[in-house]
Design a protein. Sequence first.
Lengths: 231, 371
Amino acid sequence: MSGVSALSSASDLSAVWLTFRLAVVTTAILLVIATPLAWWLARTGSRWRAPVIALVALPVVLPPTVLGFYLLVAMGPNGPIGALTRFLGAGLLPFTFAGLVVGSTIYSLPFVVQPLQVAFSGIGRRPLEAAATLGAGPWDRFFNVALPLARPGYVLAAALGFAHTVGEFGVVLMIGGNIPGRTRTAAVQIYDHVEALRYGQAHALAGGLIAFSFLTVLLLVAADQRRRPRS
Amino acid sequence: MSGERQPLRARVRVAREGFTLDVDLELPGRGVTAVQGPSGSGKTTLLRAIAGLERAPGARIEASGQTWQDDGRGVWLPAHRRSLGYVFQEASLFTHLDVRGNLAFGQRRRRTLPSAAAGAVARAIDLLEIGPLLNRRTDTLSGGERQRVAIARALAAAPELLLLDEPLASLDQARKQEIMPLLERLHRELEIPVLYVSHAPEEIARLADHLVLLEQGRVLAQGPLAQVLSRLDVPGLAGQDAFVVLDAVVGARDASWNLLRVDFPGGHLWVRDEGAPSGQALRVRLLARDVSLAMQPPQATSIVNALPAIVRGIGPAAHPALALVSLRIGDDEAAGGSDLLAEVTRRSLDALGIQPGAAVWALVKSAALLA
């Protein structure tokens, strides 16, 4: 990270820290949600498969502002999600960290589901059948055969989900507004810097994000390779 | 392992577009039953239904005295609750585990009593000779090694039924020769019933005790190997040279001429001495085309083996010029007898006036000793 003076800005640091927390929480939630979804998509012959695939893939083609707009409305006081969160006593989600997590989760869903779906499909039925003939029940087969065999898919899914969340802008701006320390992520902060013509600080933060994203993905891949020593 | 084994009963009907399987089998509770038939005859479907990997509606499957499926009574055990081992055509090892991990997978989940499973892993390692491979990753194994580990993995779970679906089909000839002696040992020592799907007459001749011939989803013939092989009304092992297999014992050796006498029910043959010890049980494979017929005891001939026989029947052979002749060797009740097949020209049959019931001499040109 170059430019110590630029990064000394406390608001930059807090934006980076917020982005990191958002990406970690979102990726964790995504891996949990996407696993059953990808498993189902990889194995089902249901006629609902195609519509569900299209729905999951929608954030890829939709302008983030469109997605963010509808989420804002839905999570607002008159929206269905807003009504639900208020009923549950959680208040309203827009302009909160929780709101950002919900938005990011939906926005990054396809980037996590698709690698997992490919990984599960690639395993095929045979290892699972072999496991069944060796006495493993359905859950046992999933956790002790399918999951370990799909590990490269999980690494890729986590890396993509993380990187994509770090880089999002439109959804965050729509749902989160731009509240320092609460919803101002690094991407939004860079936008602010550029708007105010603080190019030096924008450079430092943008460069830092590139380095940070690269390191994160590199760490994931390296960890995966260490666990499977190739001959 | 426990005492008397219950027979395996399987009544399976599967109807799919363009394919039906309709079989009703009762197989002995011990020994290897080979299932043979052309592609698409339903061999794999049968195995998968028995294993519970595929649900055949209306099927009834009983193994080791337990009902695995009886749709009439609403009984259905999923595959993981049936005490069986299954070896697929490709080894299907778990690539995220090493060889030891693959063996432990089934061992930890075995469905038999601990007493019955004691030593199953050690025995499987010994039988398949995979001791040196235990710490290897599965993707560093050769095709033959992989299949040996797959068989050992199935046995490590101490199953009460072993299903092998063309376990050697994906291997080249050299690898097959490497595994065959291990399978023969398995055959001698294993106390559980084994269903062995195979196309290869060589494998069936060496390993099978019983034979089920399938064709288009139906059982063409089933019974003890020698009995099914010597039948004239079924086209033997589809498209192959007809042969019979005799269970024999090394009786004597003629050291001066390097010959070995192998005794089988009803007679004996002199074969090349390859060093089998006296008293050893082995199998003799006799091709029908290596057996000729004569009306008189042959004299002044180089053929060593001439056996008196009674013609039991005459049936079609692969070519219209030829006929298969079923022969009975040794009719003495006490000593028992054996069935042979001879392939001769129809013109010879006519010229010699050979009819069912005729007394003839079977001239055996060559016989192959199987372990």
